[in-house]
Design a binder for this molecule. Structure first.
Ligand code: ATP
Ligand code: MG
Length: 399
């Protein structure tokens, strides 16, 4: 067994000591079998949430109605979920009732794909009633049970299927694919936040282009906000090549392809319910990308954009141009680092200095003067020193 399972073993042991079954399940077991880096380990147990809370001293109720308790143990946290079944789904998205059960196999049966329905016990033995290991070997995404039935229970699973195509470069089993085509409209019932979480993972996956191809071919894209009539525009992505773009860079690349402008960009991102901080960042990236597509960086652009945006914009510029030159990005960052000031607060003069020098009432001229000083300093036309700035201003006023 390897980390992070080893560190989590005592958690399974404690549950076992109290007479409960407990296993590693879900993505961590799948990724372990794939030899991929393992994110957080999920644990499934026969103990009910209340019983889990009695076994561990530090717990947080994060989804107790679904049976999930967060356990804090030796500086790590683990999500422990009680074995459960879900019955009578409503609205294609939520089970009417979650029942806690004591049987592992029934818990595995309610999971989405066979590759995600494998459990591992404390000794590393695998419990794999749905041939998940075979699916992993064959690189196949296949629902546990009838695909149509499983997608009707929870239509988000359709989006998860496509996200796994991107993340794992697996292909999709034929019945599962057929069900995506037949049931795509059900995705319209799913909350945008849940779709966003899957789409963002899809966008940063190594096999993103194939996943988008499947979104387009199955018609799933029609049920994604703002993308429903963008099939042709999204196909532009197929002509581009990228690796290691961040989530927000990918949003910007999508927006570049679908060619939204100004307020439409904000509206699109708000419809996806992105955090305001991300919306602002993506807007900035697109703004400077448009400028970059017209002309090279100038010092004042670097100053306005700042380091992180410069890097994102130049990465995207290279993707769009079909080039890849890390050195150019490094050089731009160096140029940015060498700028004499990084923000207005670094200016060697204040509005009060100007008021005193010119003996004039405050007015729009003040802001204009500060702006031209700022720009002149960034462009190296004047040193950022009070006397030099004063001299420069006096000269300008004589012209
Ligand atoms: P990741 O590596 O991105 O975390 P994951 O497979 O662990 O992938 P999670 O969302 O963390 O995905 O879910 C953990 C496990 O819970 C899944 O592996 C799967 O067994 C089950 N699961 C998650 N969402 C669903 C769903 N909508 N329907 C059925 N089972 C699900
Ligand atoms: Mg997970």
């Amino acid at each position: 067994m390897i980390e992070p399972f080893l560190s989590a073993l005592p958690v399974l042991q404690k549950l076992a000591d109290s007479g409960y079954e407990a296993y590693f399940v879900g993505g961590s077991v799948r990724d372990f079998l794939l030899g991929k880096p393992i994110s957080d380990v999920d644990i499934a147990t026969s103990a009910t949430p209340d019983e889990v809370k009695k076994v561990f001293s530090k717990t947080v109720d994060i989804g107790i109605e679904h049976g999930t308790i967060l356990v804090l143990y030796r500086n790590s946290s683990y999500e422990i979920t009680t074995f459960r079944t879900e019955s009578e789904y409503q609205d294609y998205r939520r089970p009417k009732e979650v029942s806690f059960i004591r049987n592992l196999k029934d818990d595995l049966k309610r999971r989405d794909f066979t590759m995600n329905a494998i459990a591992m016990d404390q000794s590393g033995n695998l419990i794999d009633p749905f041939e998940g290991q075979k699916a992993i070997q064959e690189k196949i995404i296949k629902t546990v049970g009838q695909a149509e039935e499983r997608f009707q229970e929870d239509a988000l699973r359709m989006m998860r299927a496509v996200r796994f195509i991107s993340q794992l470069s697996f292909s999709i089993e034929s019945q599962t694919l057929l069900a995506l085509e037949n049931l795509a409209p059900l995705l319209g019932k799913i909350a945008v936040e849940r779709k966003r979480a899957e789409l963002e993972k899809l966008l940063i996956g190594p096999n993103c282009k194939e996943a988008i191809n499947i979104l387009l071919n199955t018609g799933l894209y029609r049920y994604l906000p703002g993308l429903d009539n963008q099939k042709e525009q999204l196909k532009k992505l197929f002509r581009l090549n990228w690796n290691s773009l961040t989530k927000n860079e990918m949003w910007a690349l999508v927006l570049y392809c679908i060619n939204l402008k100004g307020k439409e960009i904000e509206l699109f991102l708000r419809n996806w319910k992105l955090a305001l901080k991300d919306i602002r960042e993506i807007q900035q990236v697109i703004f400077f990308l448009e400028s970059r597509l017209k002309k090279d960086w100038e010092p004042y652009d670097l100053y306005l954009a700042k380091r992180d945006i410069i890097v994102s914009v130049e990465k995207l510029f290279q993707v769009i141009n079909g080039t890849s030159e890390a050195r150019i990005i490094d050089d731009l960052v160096k140029s940015y680092d060498r700028l004499p000031i990084k923000e207005r607060g670094d200016l060697g003069v204040t509005g009060n200095d100007l008021l005193a020098w010119f003996n004039q009432e405050a007015g729009p001229w003040l802001k204009d003067s500060l702006l031209s000083i700022e720009r002149a300093i960034v462009e190296g036309k004047v040193l950022n020193e009070k006397n030099k700035i004063k001299e420069w201003l006096m000269e300008c006023n004589q012209k």
